[in-house]
Design a protein around this ligand. Structure first.
Ligand code: BDR
Ligand code: CA
Length: 312
């Protein structure tokens, strides 16, 4: 497999952290940088968390760019009740020493897409889409240069996780999500329908802990931390490991199945704000803009994840 250049746009978050570790453990991926956005917690915490994760992965050289501190058109909504006060509660990590880059994340995205050959950069979006949408709005030429956008967000038959209809990443910045879905670049979407199959279980968490490494311990502790919330909420053993699905797709796309459909985002209605209206049955004549994933080989996913985390 040729090495694929990626930018990870993220709001870490424990499941973002696992996704970043998965990417950094994988030779098939060349992570050019992390562009950070506010989401699970405020930007101050998400940038600090990103640095902690890079240092845990022994990658203090990886460029981290702080980005949008708020959604395009509304106040920030955060999720400390899921991710804890810092967004990365669950394990104590040392205060990070690595510096942040001076450039804004949106400039980094624009300049990288313009500098690299057309069709060579994949954008992996793990949080609200404020950075990506700002980049497309400011530099409309870059959309045609993107190889692919793989994003975690949205929901169809699974219903929402922050309102009855809306998934968190899309709900936080629905205008940004609408901009990205209309940008014209190839998009693969990992909605809750898919990520709710990537469930941690006691055995899967134990497999991470049994690695006996700092990374294995962190992954086990992070997943156990948000388990306490999700397991209660969904009434099952374990919690969905949303964001690592994005990276796993780049490594083993055969673990995933879905359909090319049209998806639009509700940006007006107070009742259904942030809903991803997925035209699964082709009821409209709207053009397809997304590959909407709904099927996951969960055993294969956790095998891949455990094998890669073991590399640290
Ligand atoms: C998404 O929201 C966040 O809580 C997670 O990190 C994930 O990106 C799931 O709805
Ligand atoms: Ca996230």
């Amino acid at each position: 497999m040729a090495v694929r250049k990626i930018i990870i746009d993220t709001d870490p978050g424990q499941d973002d952290a696992v996704a970043i570790l998965l990417a950094l453990a994988s030779d098939e991926l060349d992570v050019l940088g992390l562009s950070i956005v506010a989401g699970n917690v405020g930007l101050h915490h998400t940038t600090r968390n990103a640095a902690m994760i890079c240092e845990l992965a022994q990658r203090p050289d990886l460029p981290i760019f702080a980005g949008c501190a708020a959604p395009l058109a509304r106040p920030l909504v955060t999720a400390e009740h899921v991710h804890g006060k810092t967004g990365l509660d669950g394990v104590a990590l040392p205060e990070p020493q690595m510096p942040l880059q001076d450039r804004h994340a949106v400039d980094f995205i624009i300049e990288t897409l313009r500098a690299e050959p057309v069709g060579t950069i994949t954008l992996c979006a793990l949080g609200p889409l404020s950075n990506l949408a700002s980049a497309f709005q400011r530099a409309p030429d870059i959309a045609a240069r993107v190889a692919q956008i793989v994003l975690m967000g949205g929901a169809y038959s699974a219903g929402g996780n922050v309102t009855p209809c809306a998934e968190f990443n899309i709900f936080v910045d629905p205008e940004a999500a609408a901009t990205v879905l209309a940008c014209g670049a190839p998009i693969v979407m990992m909605p809750l329908d898919l990520t709710h199959q990537a469930l941690t279980s006691k055995a899967r968490v134990a497999a991470f802990r049994d690695l006996g490494t700092a990374a294995g311990h962190a992954v086990a502790s992070w997943t156990s931390f948000f388990d306490r919330y999700d397991a209660r909420k969904y009434g099952q053993d374990g919690a969905p490991l949303h964001d690592p699905c994005v990276i796993a797709y780049l490594l083993q796309p055969e673990l995933f199945s879905g359909r090319d459909i049209n998806v639009m985002v509700e940006t007006q209605s107070p009742l259904t704000l942030g809903m991803t209206v997925a035209d699964w049955w082709g009821a409209t004549k709207r053009p397809t803009n997304v590959t909407f994933m709904t099927g996951l080989d969960a055993e294969g996913f956790f095998e891949l994840l455990t094998e890669r985390i073991a590399r640290f």
